[in-house]
Design a protein around this ligand. Structure first.
Ligand SMILES: [Zn+2]
Length: 127
């Protein structure tokens, strides 16, 4: 509590549904994908939802509606990567194919979850 969390992801993955579950009330109309026309999505703007004092959830638009290129360093979005990033051999390490990458090392040692790393690769490859 006392935090602000942001859900980010492709439209249709269920961010609004997840938010609704967390809030235990239906605050947003959940999108019915079968009814959504091509290119449309239910979350068109970022909403800040108060769950308790000083605790908010921001529901953001999906990646399809804003440019991933606006994010300089996708790895910085993965907070658990931060403590390893400085140990990468190359300053411009993309943490994907490089040797001596501290992120890949942490992954191999089980310090970073495979699913999180896989998501990172997915996002990084979209740039
Ligand atoms: Zn790296």
């Amino acid at each position: 509590m006392g935090k602000t969390a942001v859900f980010v992801g492709n439209s249709g993955v269920g961010k609004s549904s997840l938010t609704n579950k967390l809030l235990k009330t239906k605050v947003m109309e959940e999108g019915d994908l079968s009814k959504i026309e091509r290119g449309k999505q239910t979350t068109r703007h970022t909403e800040l939802l108060k769950i308790s004092d000083n605790t908010y959830i921001a529901d953001s638009p999906g990646f399809s509606s804003f440019e991933l290129g606006e994010i300089d360093d996708i790895a910085s979005l993965f907070v658990e990567f931060n403590e390893y990033i400085g140990e990468c051999k190359y300053r411009d390490c993309r943490h994907i194919k490089e040797d001596d990458c501290a992120i890949k090392k942490a992954l191999a040692e089980g310090k970073i979850s495979k699913s999180r790393y896989d998501n990172f690769c997915l996002l990084a490859n979209k740039q």
